[in-house]
Design a protein around this ligand. Structure first.
Ligand code: GLC
Length: 473
């Protein structure tokens, strides 16, 4: 190691320790999650509690569903329009068009955003279904995946509770997002009926159930680890105490026993009773538009991992430990000074770099941040990257273990359980799923539970699931 780096590595080791998540923290997290989930289901928590939103999805597909449906999927980074053909044999075909959401639309007005979304649906229908629309005497059914917390009042209506993942369009809060999309589609004379509204996690749960997870046990949870993080599961009607008793009665008369709950686990432990909080987490939260909310998400999901690391690097620089060639903050490369400019994709490349003197990391940092580094600095950055990602993957085990416990999913001999997951982090971040499993083994479920747990990628799950919702309407 070159001279002058002893202090840097001492500090890095301290941070690595600080970012370590112990079995004790994980177990306390599982207990707290169960407590907050039960409070959320009974309607006994304030706006900072765990939302536990009833979705009005009351049946889980078995793979025999058939039809051609449209799906529109507003995630955190992209908007996708697809047509989904459900073949009725656990398989589907999908045509999709994906467009990145323009940054300025994320903080403009709801009319600007929804008119843009509608125009993308119009273009898609024109390109792929023009002939059918001429001959059809009815409108196409569309399932709308809207991946933000929505207070749902029925399968096809719900008002936005608050924005997450960097969106900030105040006039949209409290409005029915289905009506917003429908109005703009009607204005643009698009022959499409928005017939279901689904969170991406609900879509993932349904899609994974459709594609036949049965080989590896029943699908209990649908979850996303991407720009944001969240999970949905199927809950017994009688446990959802906050549902209007009249609604419960009428559902029971129809033979309904369960309803899918969108937990919005991004907001787990907003009070920070168990979640580890470094000074960098506090700064990152202060940079967001939903301060004090989604505190779990801000430690776990893709949107935040790069920003946490960026804050650490800036801090180490300000203390004269790193990037010493830059004498002041203002002389640092512009991109390193720009919040949110360090993406989790870059972290994923640093994570697995085993080249001599971390040459691949050097290239990445040069290309993405215009940041030259010494081999020692790169080694420090790699250690820090691994600390941030490991903390994320370990914390990710908390809601999974808690929901499997809450639903008593492992009751009975030899029961195997399937969790359907989607999102860039769980799909592409090297080792994320393995680290998450290691952490599940440290929770109350132990290694026995971990061995019986299957975490599978539900590719395109959120869109396919919305189509399944639209079909059931
Ligand atoms: C955020 C949203 C949530 C969504 C998740 C994953 O947490 O609030 O609704 O499911 O991101 O996209």
């Amino acid at each position: 190691m070159g001279s002058g780096y002893t202090e840097l590595f001492e500090e890095v080791d301290k941070l690595v320790d600080e970012f370590d998540v112990t079995a004790e923290t994980l177990q306390a997290g599982v207990d707290l999650f169960i407590e907050l989930a039960q409070k959320g289901l009974s309607g006994d928590s304030d706006e900072h509690g765990l939302p536990m939103i009833p979705t009005y999805v009351t049946s889980i597909p078995d793979g025999s569903e058939k039809g051609v449906l449209l799906a529109a999927d507003l995630g955190g980074t992209n908007f996708r329009v697809c047509s989904v053909t459900l073949n009725g044999d656990h398989t589907f075909n999908l045509i999709q068009q994906k467009s990145p959401i323009p940054i300025d639309l994320m903080s403009g007005t709801s009319d600007e955003l929804f008119s843009y979304l509608a125009s993308k649906v119009v273009a898609f229908v024109k390109e792929h279904h023009e002939e059918e629309t001429k001959s059809l005497d009815h409108k196409f059914k569309l399932g709308f995946t809207f991946s933000f917390p929505v207070d749902q009042t029925s399968l096809n209506s719900g008002s936005l509770m608050r924005w997450t993942k960097g969106f900030d369009i105040p006039d949209c809060v409290g409005k029915d997002v289905v009506a917003l999309l429908q109005n703009h589609l009607d204005e643009q004379k698009c022959p499409v009926q928005v017939s279901a509204l689904a969170n991406d996690t609900v879509g993932t749960l349904l899609a994974r159930s459709y594609t036949g997870s049965n080989k590896e046990g029943t699908t209990v949870i649908g979850c996303i680890f991407g720009t944001g993080t969240n999970g949905a599961y199927n809950e017994k009607l009688e446990n959802i105490k906050k549902l209007d008793p009249a609604v419960v009665e009428s559902l029971k008369k129809k033979g309904v026993t369960h309803m899918v709950i969108n937990t919005e686990w991004g907001s787990f432990d907003n009070a920070l009773k168990v979640l580890p909080t470094s000074k960098y987490d506090t700064i990152v939260d202060s940079l967001t538009s939903n301060k004090g909310f989604h505190m779990f998400e801000k430690r776990v999901s893709g949107m935040f991992l790069g920003e946490i690391l960026r804050q650490i690097l800036i801090d180490l620089h300000s203390r004269g430990l790193l990037l010493k060639q830059y004498s002041t903050y203002d002389s640092l490369p512009h991109r390193l000074r720009t919040p949110w400019d360090l993406s989790s994709e870059v972290l994923s490349l640093i994570e697995i770099d085993d080249s001599t003197k971390l040459k691949a990391t050097e290239l990445q940092l040069n290309q993405t941040l215009r940041l030259p580094t010494t081999p020692e600095e790169r080694l420090a950055i790699q250690k820090l990257t691994r600390a941030v990602s490991r903390r994320s993957a370990y914390l990710a085990a908390i809601p999974i273990a808690a929901l499997l416990t809450l639903t008593e999913s492992f009751k009975g001999h030899h029961v195997e359980v399937d969790v359907g997951a989607d999102g860039s982090v769980v799909e592409f971040y090297p080792g994320f799923r393995t680290m998450m499993r290691d952490a599940v083994a440290l929770t109350q479920l132990g290694s026995k539970g971990e061995r019986r747990l299957h975490i599978n990628i539900a590719k395109d799950g959120s869109s396919v699931g919305a189509a399944l919702c639209a079909l059931s309407e």
